[in-house]
Design a protein around this ligand. Structure first.
Ligand SMILES: NC(=O)c1ccc[n+]([C@@H]2O[C@H](COP(=O)([O-])OP(=O)(O)OC[C@H]3O[C@@H](n4cnc5c(N)ncnc54)[C@H](OP(=O)(O)O)[C@@H]3O)[C@@H](O)[C@H]2O)c1
Length: 340
């Protein structure tokens, strides 16, 4: 059977909200889609396509990738290249696409961390896999304690000068290093567009370390990853561990986080969500969107139905004082305040 050519919905920008990234000309959707877990070689291309098409049809025009997303490493970017060929090429200028380097990618001394050699080579590889001439934003994926920060930052600056990325971002930098990096980038006329960190009802580390305010003070947007704490902040684990869940796959979400205290907190939070007429996932996303310092949240999803459920968070992202109080009280025993 010949597949029909993808044609995005004409209404795609009608219901989405777009927020400005710090002091920049760029606005991105408040919900972005991440390709970390469910877009690699183990996922049938039909499902990858269905999720990406659905997201774009609903105004999610920011896709977040990295060199090692898969599994297998690189295969999420390869599948993104296939999406470019079969669907998105005519819409390239409507898309905001990221990639990153900083974690392990290939063996030997040049396939990890923050050297100029690694960042430059990795971006070239990412562009080839994604079949792109440039990415919209390229991130240093984590701070490297052994490479001088000037080397990593100058590589980012030069990547922009080479036209391989339009903007740059930082992810998972300790606050003092983020401050240095923001300063270096600003002084070299390539200001940081987005600072990316894990932030959600349970993981409060970036708030505690002042990174959200620091991003704002430095003219950078703040984008939250794992807004659902990898699926914990959804209905997924309230009644056991489903066989098709991330926790059951045992990759990045371990069973031992589901302690009695965690389960108690999740059940309580779910009641608050029900009272708001929301799913727990929707309330967790709404909680982030209620904070105007948060530019966007990057959701992961394993199905179109999850993306659809998550999109409904946009319908109500304000909270009464009582709802806020309950969320704080219920989440307090399981809140994480240190970087993990
Ligand atoms: N910069 C970094 O270091 C870094 C690190 C991690 C992630 N990220 C980025 O952030 C993105 C998102 O991370 P994440 O995947 O951990 O995000 P997440 O949104 O916290 O978790 C996604 C998972 O939650 C479950 N889920 C989502 N919506 C649901 C719903 N409505 N109902 C029930 N379950 C639902 C699904 O789990 P199941 O798979 O079990 O169905 C899904 O795979 C990544 O793709 C990546 O782009 C960046």
């Amino acid at each position: 059977m010949i597949e029909p050519v993808y044609s995005p919905l004409a209404s795609r920008y009608d219901a989405m909200e777009y927020r400005r990234c710090g002091r920049s000309g760029i606005r991105i959707p408040v919900l972005s889609l991440g390709f970390w877990h469910n877009f690699g070689s183990h996922k049938p291309m039909q499902e990858v396509k269905a999720m990406a098409h659905h997201a774009f049809d609903k105004g999610i025009c920011h896709f977040d990738l990295a060199n090692n997303y898969g599994p297998e490493y690189g295969t999420a970017e390869e599948n993104f290249g296939r999406l470019m060929d079969c669907s998105f090429r005519p819409y390239r200028d409507e898309l905001f696409i990221s990639s990153k380097a900083g974690w392990d990618m290939w063996p030997g001394p040049y396939g990890n961390w923050g050297s100029r050699k690694y960042l430059m080579a990795s971006l070239d590889q990412s562009l080839r896999r994604m079949k792109l001439d440039y990415v919209d934003i390229f991130y240093s994926h984590r701070w490297d304690p052994e490479t001088p920060i000037e080397e990593t930052m100058q590589a980012l600056v030069d990547i922009v000068r080479q036209g391989k990325a339009l903007y740059v971002g930082l992810s998972r930098y300790p606050a003092d290093k983020a401050r240095e990096a923001f300063k270096y980038l600003k002084e070299h006329d390539v200001p940081c567009l987005l600072y990316q960190d894990r932030y959600n009802i349970i993981d409060r580390a970036p708030e505690c370390h002042g990174l959200i305010d620091l991003s704002k003070e430095n003219g950078s947007g703040f984008i939250s990853f794992s807004p659902l704490q990898q699926g914990l902040l959804t209905g997924r684990y309230l009644n056991g561990i489903p066989a098709d869940s991330r926790m059951a796959r045992g990759t990045s979400l371990r069973e031992d986080v589901l302690t009695p205290a965690m389960l108690g907190a999740l059940k309580g939070l779910n009641k608050v969500a029900e009272g708001r007429g929301q799913s727990l996932a929707q309330m967790a996303l709404s909680w982030l969107l209620n904070d105007s310092r948060v530019t966007s949240v990057i959701i992961g999803a394993s199905s179109v139905a999850q993306i659809e459920d998550d999109l409904k968070a946009l319908d109500n992202h304000s909270f009464s004082a009582e709802e806020t109080r309950l969320i704080e009280e219920l989440s307090a025993p399981v809140q994480l305040k240190e970087v993990k």
